[in-house]
Design a binder for this molecule. Structure first.
Ligand SMILES: Cc1ncc(COP(=O)(O)O)c(C=O)c1O
Length: 392
Protein backbone atom coordinates (compact mmCIF):
# COMPACT_ATOMS: atom_id res chain seq x y z
CA UNK A 1 0.00 0.00 0.00
CA UNK A 2 1.40 3.40 -1.02
CA UNK A 3 1.82 5.95 1.77
CA UNK A 4 1.58 9.09 -0.37
CA UNK A 5 -2.02 9.70 -1.23
CA UNK A 6 -3.34 11.66 -4.19
CA UNK A 7 -7.00 12.54 -4.09
CA UNK A 8 -8.91 12.67 -7.38
CA UNK A 9 -12.44 12.13 -6.07
CA UNK A 10 -13.61 15.68 -5.38
CA UNK A 11 -17.14 15.04 -6.66
CA UNK A 12 -17.62 12.59 -3.77
CA UNK A 13 -16.32 15.02 -1.17
CA UNK A 14 -13.55 17.59 -0.84
CA UNK A 15 -10.75 17.82 1.72
CA UNK A 16 -11.32 20.36 4.50
CA UNK A 17 -9.66 23.65 3.58
CA UNK A 18 -6.82 25.12 5.58
CA UNK A 19 -8.94 28.17 6.44
CA UNK A 20 -11.57 25.95 8.03
CA UNK A 21 -9.08 23.69 9.83
CA UNK A 22 -7.33 26.65 11.43
CA UNK A 23 -10.54 28.36 12.51
CA UNK A 24 -12.25 25.35 14.10
CA UNK A 25 -10.44 25.15 17.48
CA UNK A 26 -11.42 28.73 18.35
CA UNK A 27 -14.94 28.30 16.98
CA UNK A 28 -15.48 25.30 19.29
CA UNK A 29 -15.47 27.77 22.21
CA UNK A 30 -18.81 29.09 20.90
CA UNK A 31 -20.81 26.01 21.82
CA UNK A 32 -24.07 27.69 22.89
CA UNK A 33 -27.49 27.27 21.30
CA UNK A 34 -27.91 29.92 18.58
CA UNK A 35 -31.54 30.41 19.69
CA UNK A 36 -30.57 31.30 23.29
CA UNK A 37 -30.96 34.93 24.29
CA UNK A 38 -28.10 34.80 26.83
CA UNK A 39 -24.41 35.43 26.21
CA UNK A 40 -23.61 31.79 25.31
CA UNK A 41 -26.03 31.98 22.40
CA UNK A 42 -24.53 35.09 20.92
CA UNK A 43 -21.38 33.58 19.35
CA UNK A 44 -23.19 30.82 17.46
CA UNK A 45 -25.98 33.24 16.50
CA UNK A 46 -23.31 35.48 14.96
CA UNK A 47 -21.88 32.47 13.08
CA UNK A 48 -25.27 31.94 11.47
CA UNK A 49 -25.87 35.58 10.65
CA UNK A 50 -22.44 36.17 9.14
CA UNK A 51 -22.42 32.96 7.12
CA UNK A 52 -25.88 33.75 5.76
CA UNK A 53 -24.85 37.26 4.71
CA UNK A 54 -21.58 36.13 3.11
CA UNK A 55 -23.07 33.16 1.25
CA UNK A 56 -26.03 35.23 0.06
CA UNK A 57 -23.82 37.96 -1.32
CA UNK A 58 -21.60 35.45 -3.15
CA UNK A 59 -24.54 33.52 -4.60
CA UNK A 60 -26.63 36.49 -5.74
CA UNK A 61 -29.37 35.97 -3.15
CA UNK A 62 -30.83 37.88 -0.20
CA UNK A 63 -29.76 36.55 3.23
CA UNK A 64 -33.30 35.56 4.22
CA UNK A 65 -33.69 33.53 1.04
CA UNK A 66 -31.16 31.02 2.43
CA UNK A 67 -32.17 28.17 4.73
CA UNK A 68 -29.47 26.05 6.35
CA UNK A 69 -30.04 22.29 6.13
CA UNK A 70 -28.08 19.14 6.94
CA UNK A 71 -26.86 18.85 3.34
CA UNK A 72 -27.81 18.59 -0.29
CA UNK A 73 -30.05 15.54 0.20
CA UNK A 74 -32.18 17.35 2.79
CA UNK A 75 -32.42 20.49 0.66
CA UNK A 76 -33.59 18.42 -2.34
CA UNK A 77 -36.16 16.54 -0.26
CA UNK A 78 -37.39 19.73 1.39
CA UNK A 79 -38.18 21.36 -1.96
CA UNK A 80 -39.71 18.37 -3.71
CA UNK A 81 -41.88 17.17 -0.83
CA UNK A 82 -42.51 20.70 0.47
CA UNK A 83 -43.89 21.90 -2.88
CA UNK A 84 -45.98 18.74 -3.20
CA UNK A 85 -47.63 19.19 0.21
CA UNK A 86 -48.17 22.89 -0.48
CA UNK A 87 -49.68 22.41 -3.95
CA UNK A 88 -51.40 19.06 -3.88
CA UNK A 89 -54.89 20.57 -3.94
CA UNK A 90 -54.03 23.36 -6.38
CA UNK A 91 -54.66 21.53 -9.65
CA UNK A 92 -50.95 21.47 -10.38
CA UNK A 93 -49.97 17.86 -9.76
CA UNK A 94 -47.37 17.07 -12.38
CA UNK A 95 -43.58 17.16 -11.93
CA UNK A 96 -40.64 17.11 -14.32
CA UNK A 97 -37.12 15.90 -13.63
CA UNK A 98 -34.32 14.08 -15.50
CA UNK A 99 -33.21 10.45 -15.41
CA UNK A 100 -29.71 11.38 -14.24
CA UNK A 101 -30.51 13.24 -11.00
CA UNK A 102 -28.93 12.38 -7.66
CA UNK A 103 -30.83 9.65 -5.73
CA UNK A 104 -32.07 12.26 -3.22
CA UNK A 105 -34.07 13.82 -6.08
CA UNK A 106 -35.08 10.62 -7.87
CA UNK A 107 -36.19 8.86 -4.69
CA UNK A 108 -38.15 11.91 -3.50
CA UNK A 109 -40.01 11.86 -6.82
CA UNK A 110 -40.59 8.11 -6.52
CA UNK A 111 -42.20 8.88 -3.16
CA UNK A 112 -44.45 11.50 -4.81
CA UNK A 113 -45.50 8.89 -7.37
CA UNK A 114 -46.77 6.72 -4.50
CA UNK A 115 -49.00 9.69 -3.60
CA UNK A 116 -50.55 9.62 -7.07
CA UNK A 117 -48.77 12.48 -8.84
CA UNK A 118 -47.41 12.24 -12.38
CA UNK A 119 -43.64 12.60 -12.78
CA UNK A 120 -42.08 13.07 -16.24
CA UNK A 121 -38.46 11.89 -16.55
CA UNK A 122 -36.41 13.61 -19.27
CA UNK A 123 -33.77 11.63 -21.13
CA UNK A 124 -30.14 12.69 -21.41
CA UNK A 125 -28.30 11.31 -24.43
CA UNK A 126 -24.79 9.98 -24.82
CA UNK A 127 -23.57 13.41 -25.88
CA UNK A 128 -24.80 14.92 -22.61
CA UNK A 129 -27.83 16.75 -24.03
CA UNK A 130 -31.10 16.83 -22.16
CA UNK A 131 -34.27 16.27 -24.20
CA UNK A 132 -35.58 19.84 -24.47
CA UNK A 133 -38.19 18.91 -27.06
CA UNK A 134 -39.83 16.51 -24.64
CA UNK A 135 -39.42 19.10 -21.87
CA UNK A 136 -41.53 21.56 -23.86
CA UNK A 137 -44.14 18.88 -24.43
CA UNK A 138 -44.30 17.88 -20.75
CA UNK A 139 -44.51 21.45 -19.40
CA UNK A 140 -48.08 22.60 -18.91
CA UNK A 141 -50.43 24.51 -16.63
CA UNK A 142 -50.53 21.29 -14.58
CA UNK A 143 -46.78 21.38 -13.80
CA UNK A 144 -46.12 22.18 -10.15
CA UNK A 145 -42.32 21.89 -10.09
CA UNK A 146 -39.40 21.14 -12.39
CA UNK A 147 -36.17 19.84 -10.81
CA UNK A 148 -33.07 19.68 -13.02
CA UNK A 149 -29.54 19.45 -11.66
CA UNK A 150 -27.09 22.18 -12.62
CA UNK A 151 -24.27 19.71 -13.20
CA UNK A 152 -24.10 15.95 -13.00
CA UNK A 153 -21.94 14.36 -10.31
CA UNK A 154 -20.84 11.39 -12.42
CA UNK A 155 -20.34 12.72 -15.93
CA UNK A 156 -19.97 16.45 -15.18
CA UNK A 157 -22.61 17.36 -17.81
CA UNK A 158 -23.93 20.89 -17.33
CA UNK A 159 -27.60 21.39 -18.18
CA UNK A 160 -29.23 24.56 -19.60
CA UNK A 161 -30.87 25.49 -16.32
CA UNK A 162 -31.36 29.18 -17.09
CA UNK A 163 -33.18 28.43 -20.32
CA UNK A 164 -35.25 25.66 -18.70
CA UNK A 165 -36.18 27.86 -15.73
CA UNK A 166 -37.41 30.60 -18.08
CA UNK A 167 -39.64 28.09 -19.92
CA UNK A 168 -41.06 26.82 -16.62
CA UNK A 169 -41.81 30.38 -15.55
CA UNK A 170 -43.83 30.99 -18.74
CA UNK A 171 -46.12 28.15 -17.64
CA UNK A 172 -46.31 29.31 -14.02
CA UNK A 173 -44.34 26.29 -12.77
CA UNK A 174 -41.72 26.46 -10.03
CA UNK A 175 -38.12 25.53 -10.86
CA UNK A 176 -35.54 23.87 -8.63
CA UNK A 177 -31.93 23.10 -9.43
CA UNK A 178 -29.68 20.76 -7.49
CA UNK A 179 -26.52 22.89 -7.67
CA UNK A 180 -24.48 20.71 -5.29
CA UNK A 181 -21.83 19.91 -7.91
CA UNK A 182 -21.73 23.42 -9.35
CA UNK A 183 -20.56 25.15 -6.17
CA UNK A 184 -16.86 25.91 -6.37
CA UNK A 185 -16.67 24.86 -10.01
CA UNK A 186 -18.89 27.42 -11.78
CA UNK A 187 -19.62 31.03 -10.78
CA UNK A 188 -23.25 31.24 -9.74
CA UNK A 189 -25.71 34.11 -9.66
CA UNK A 190 -29.05 32.78 -8.51
CA UNK A 191 -31.04 35.89 -9.44
CA UNK A 192 -29.66 35.82 -12.96
CA UNK A 193 -30.31 32.08 -13.22
CA UNK A 194 -34.00 32.74 -12.55
CA UNK A 195 -34.61 29.63 -10.44
CA UNK A 196 -37.02 29.48 -7.50
CA UNK A 197 -34.99 26.96 -5.51
CA UNK A 198 -31.40 25.71 -5.43
CA UNK A 199 -29.63 23.13 -3.24
CA UNK A 200 -26.03 23.20 -2.04
CA UNK A 201 -23.77 21.10 0.17
CA UNK A 202 -20.83 22.37 2.22
CA UNK A 203 -18.75 19.18 2.02
CA UNK A 204 -18.47 19.47 -1.75
CA UNK A 205 -16.79 22.82 -1.22
CA UNK A 206 -13.94 22.23 1.23
CA UNK A 207 -16.07 22.74 4.36
CA UNK A 208 -17.67 20.22 6.74
CA UNK A 209 -20.11 17.37 6.21
CA UNK A 210 -23.63 17.68 7.57
CA UNK A 211 -24.29 21.23 6.38
CA UNK A 212 -26.19 22.36 3.33
CA UNK A 213 -28.18 25.21 1.99
CA UNK A 214 -31.52 25.66 0.34
CA UNK A 215 -32.13 28.83 -1.63
CA UNK A 216 -35.83 29.62 -1.70
CA UNK A 217 -36.69 32.71 -3.71
CA UNK A 218 -38.61 35.31 -1.74
CA UNK A 219 -42.35 34.65 -1.93
CA UNK A 220 -42.17 30.90 -2.68
CA UNK A 221 -44.42 28.83 -0.43
CA UNK A 222 -43.73 25.25 0.63
CA UNK A 223 -44.47 23.02 3.59
CA UNK A 224 -41.40 22.45 5.82
CA UNK A 225 -39.88 18.98 5.75
CA UNK A 226 -38.86 19.23 9.42
CA UNK A 227 -41.46 20.69 11.74
CA UNK A 228 -40.06 21.80 15.05
CA UNK A 229 -38.86 25.00 16.68
CA UNK A 230 -38.95 28.32 14.90
CA UNK A 231 -35.43 28.02 13.49
CA UNK A 232 -34.77 29.29 9.97
CA UNK A 233 -37.97 31.39 10.21
CA UNK A 234 -40.10 28.27 10.75
CA UNK A 235 -38.87 26.72 7.49
CA UNK A 236 -36.51 24.14 9.01
CA UNK A 237 -36.94 23.02 12.62
CA UNK A 238 -33.96 21.80 14.64
CA UNK A 239 -30.99 23.39 16.40
CA UNK A 240 -28.65 24.55 13.67
CA UNK A 241 -25.23 22.99 13.01
CA UNK A 242 -23.53 26.23 14.04
CA UNK A 243 -19.96 24.96 13.52
CA UNK A 244 -20.72 23.54 10.08
CA UNK A 245 -22.50 26.74 9.06
CA UNK A 246 -19.59 28.83 10.33
CA UNK A 247 -17.16 26.73 8.25
CA UNK A 248 -19.40 27.05 5.19
CA UNK A 249 -19.48 30.82 5.69
CA UNK A 250 -15.67 30.92 5.80
CA UNK A 251 -15.56 29.28 2.40
CA UNK A 252 -17.99 31.83 0.91
CA UNK A 253 -15.15 34.29 0.33
CA UNK A 254 -13.25 31.65 -1.61
CA UNK A 255 -16.01 31.61 -4.22
CA UNK A 256 -14.30 34.66 -5.71
CA UNK A 257 -11.51 32.35 -6.84
CA UNK A 258 -13.85 30.07 -8.84
CA UNK A 259 -13.08 31.40 -12.37
CA UNK A 260 -9.33 31.06 -11.83
CA UNK A 261 -9.56 27.65 -10.14
CA UNK A 262 -11.95 26.36 -12.81
CA UNK A 263 -9.45 27.35 -15.50
CA UNK A 264 -6.68 25.49 -13.62
CA UNK A 265 -8.88 22.41 -13.22
CA UNK A 266 -9.90 22.34 -16.88
CA UNK A 267 -6.22 22.62 -17.91
CA UNK A 268 -5.43 19.64 -15.66
CA UNK A 269 -8.42 17.67 -16.90
CA UNK A 270 -7.59 18.35 -20.55
CA UNK A 271 -3.96 17.41 -20.02
CA UNK A 272 -5.08 14.20 -18.31
CA UNK A 273 -7.53 13.25 -21.06
CA UNK A 274 -5.06 14.10 -23.85
CA UNK A 275 -2.44 11.85 -22.33
CA UNK A 276 -4.86 9.01 -21.58
CA UNK A 277 -6.31 9.04 -25.09
CA UNK A 278 -2.83 9.06 -26.62
CA UNK A 279 -1.18 6.53 -24.34
CA UNK A 280 -3.90 4.01 -23.49
CA UNK A 281 -5.90 2.35 -26.23
CA UNK A 282 -9.64 1.59 -26.19
CA UNK A 283 -10.62 4.51 -23.95
CA UNK A 284 -13.72 6.69 -24.44
CA UNK A 285 -14.36 9.99 -22.66
CA UNK A 286 -18.05 10.38 -21.84
CA UNK A 287 -19.64 13.67 -22.97
CA UNK A 288 -16.29 14.81 -24.37
CA UNK A 289 -17.94 17.40 -26.64
CA UNK A 290 -20.55 18.52 -24.09
CA UNK A 291 -20.50 21.52 -21.81
CA UNK A 292 -19.23 19.87 -18.64
CA UNK A 293 -17.66 20.60 -15.28
CA UNK A 294 -14.04 21.70 -15.57
CA UNK A 295 -12.87 19.14 -13.02
CA UNK A 296 -14.65 15.96 -14.10
CA UNK A 297 -13.46 13.20 -16.38
CA UNK A 298 -15.70 10.20 -16.94
CA UNK A 299 -13.96 7.41 -18.86
CA UNK A 300 -14.81 3.99 -20.25
CA UNK A 301 -11.78 1.67 -20.36
CA UNK A 302 -12.73 -1.39 -22.40
CA UNK A 303 -11.98 -4.77 -20.83
CA UNK A 304 -11.16 -3.28 -17.44
CA UNK A 305 -13.48 -3.85 -14.49
CA UNK A 306 -14.02 -0.46 -12.82
CA UNK A 307 -14.17 -1.80 -9.24
CA UNK A 308 -10.95 -3.79 -9.67
CA UNK A 309 -9.28 -0.78 -11.26
CA UNK A 310 -10.39 1.45 -8.39
CA UNK A 311 -8.99 -0.96 -5.81
CA UNK A 312 -5.69 -1.36 -7.65
CA UNK A 313 -5.30 2.42 -7.95
CA UNK A 314 -6.16 2.79 -4.26
CA UNK A 315 -3.34 0.40 -3.38
CA UNK A 316 -1.01 2.61 -5.41
CA UNK A 317 -2.13 5.73 -3.52
CA UNK A 318 -4.79 7.24 -5.82
CA UNK A 319 -8.40 7.86 -4.80
CA UNK A 320 -10.82 7.81 -7.74
CA UNK A 321 -14.34 6.56 -8.25
CA UNK A 322 -16.30 4.28 -10.54
CA UNK A 323 -19.59 6.10 -10.08
CA UNK A 324 -21.33 7.96 -7.26
CA UNK A 325 -19.75 7.30 -3.84
CA UNK A 326 -23.14 6.39 -2.41
CA UNK A 327 -23.36 3.41 -4.77
CA UNK A 328 -19.95 1.98 -3.97
CA UNK A 329 -20.12 -1.51 -2.56
CA UNK A 330 -23.11 -2.00 -4.86
CA UNK A 331 -22.17 -4.26 -7.75
CA UNK A 332 -24.93 -2.81 -9.98
CA UNK A 333 -23.62 -0.44 -12.65
CA UNK A 334 -24.37 3.24 -12.16
CA UNK A 335 -28.01 4.11 -13.08
CA UNK A 336 -26.79 7.47 -14.45
CA UNK A 337 -24.38 5.82 -16.88
CA UNK A 338 -27.08 3.38 -17.99
CA UNK A 339 -29.52 6.28 -18.41
CA UNK A 340 -27.20 8.10 -20.83
CA UNK A 341 -27.14 5.00 -23.01
CA UNK A 342 -24.07 3.05 -21.89
CA UNK A 343 -24.37 -0.73 -21.90
CA UNK A 344 -24.01 -2.56 -18.56
CA UNK A 345 -20.57 -3.63 -19.68
CA UNK A 346 -19.49 -0.08 -20.54
CA UNK A 347 -20.84 1.20 -17.23
CA UNK A 348 -18.88 -1.50 -15.40
CA UNK A 349 -15.75 -0.43 -17.29
CA UNK A 350 -16.10 3.18 -16.14
CA UNK A 351 -13.82 5.39 -14.10
CA UNK A 352 -14.53 8.86 -12.71
CA UNK A 353 -11.63 11.17 -12.00
CA UNK A 354 -12.62 14.47 -10.36
CA UNK A 355 -9.94 17.07 -9.74
CA UNK A 356 -9.85 19.71 -7.03
CA UNK A 357 -8.26 23.01 -6.17
CA UNK A 358 -5.07 21.53 -4.73
CA UNK A 359 -4.23 19.05 -7.50
CA UNK A 360 -1.33 19.76 -9.81
CA UNK A 361 0.19 18.57 -13.09
CA UNK A 362 2.83 16.39 -11.48
CA UNK A 363 0.13 14.41 -9.67
CA UNK A 364 -1.71 13.97 -12.95
CA UNK A 365 1.44 12.80 -14.75
CA UNK A 366 2.25 10.30 -12.00
CA UNK A 367 -1.33 9.08 -12.14
CA UNK A 368 -1.26 8.52 -15.91
CA UNK A 369 1.90 6.44 -15.57
CA UNK A 370 0.32 4.26 -12.87
CA UNK A 371 -2.97 4.02 -14.77
CA UNK A 372 -1.15 2.80 -17.87
CA UNK A 373 0.54 -0.06 -16.02
CA UNK A 374 -2.52 -1.06 -14.02
CA UNK A 375 -4.79 -1.05 -17.09
CA UNK A 376 -2.26 -3.13 -19.04
CA UNK A 377 -2.02 -5.63 -16.17
CA UNK A 378 -5.78 -5.95 -15.71
CA UNK A 379 -6.33 -6.34 -19.44
CA UNK A 380 -3.72 -9.08 -19.60
CA UNK A 381 -5.62 -10.93 -16.85
CA UNK A 382 -9.04 -10.38 -18.42
CA UNK A 383 -10.20 -13.56 -20.18
CA UNK A 384 -12.79 -11.56 -22.17
CA UNK A 385 -10.35 -9.31 -23.92
CA UNK A 386 -9.71 -9.76 -27.63
CA UNK A 387 -7.05 -12.45 -27.98
CA UNK A 388 -4.37 -11.92 -30.62
CA UNK A 389 -5.05 -14.13 -33.63
CA UNK A 390 -2.33 -16.71 -34.24
CA UNK A 391 -2.00 -17.55 -37.92
CA UNK A 392 -0.79 -21.09 -38.25
C1 LIG B 1 -25.60 16.25 -7.37
C2 LIG B 1 -25.69 15.92 -5.92
N1 LIG B 1 -26.81 16.24 -5.24
C3 LIG B 1 -26.95 15.98 -3.94
C4 LIG B 1 -25.96 15.36 -3.23
C5 LIG B 1 -26.16 15.07 -1.77
O1 LIG B 1 -25.49 15.99 -0.94
P1 LIG B 1 -25.23 15.61 0.59
O2 LIG B 1 -24.14 14.61 0.61
O3 LIG B 1 -24.83 16.92 1.21
O4 LIG B 1 -26.52 15.12 1.15
C6 LIG B 1 -24.77 15.00 -3.88
C7 LIG B 1 -23.69 14.27 -3.17
O5 LIG B 1 -23.15 13.31 -3.65
C8 LIG B 1 -24.64 15.29 -5.27
O6 LIG B 1 -23.52 14.97 -5.95
Amino acid sequence: MSTTRTYFDHNATTPISEVVRLAIPQALESWGNPSSIHWEGRGPKTFLREARIKLASMLGAAPLELIFTSGGSEANNAVIKGVYFEMKDSGRNEYITSRVEHPSVLKAFQFLQTQGVKVHYLDVNRSGEIDLENYNKCLSEKTALVSIMYANNETGAIFPVKQMAALAKQRGALFHTDAVQALGKISLDLKDLGVDFASFSAHKFYALKGTGLLYSRRGTEWEPLIHGGGQERYRRGGTENALGIYAFGLMAEKLQAVPLEAKKMSDLRNHFEDRVLKEIDRVTVNHSKALRLANTSSLILSDVDGETLLMSLDMKGFAVSTGAACSSGNPEPSPTLLAIGLSRQEAQNSLRVSFGWSNDRQQVDRFVEVLKTVVARLRSLNPNQDMPVNHV
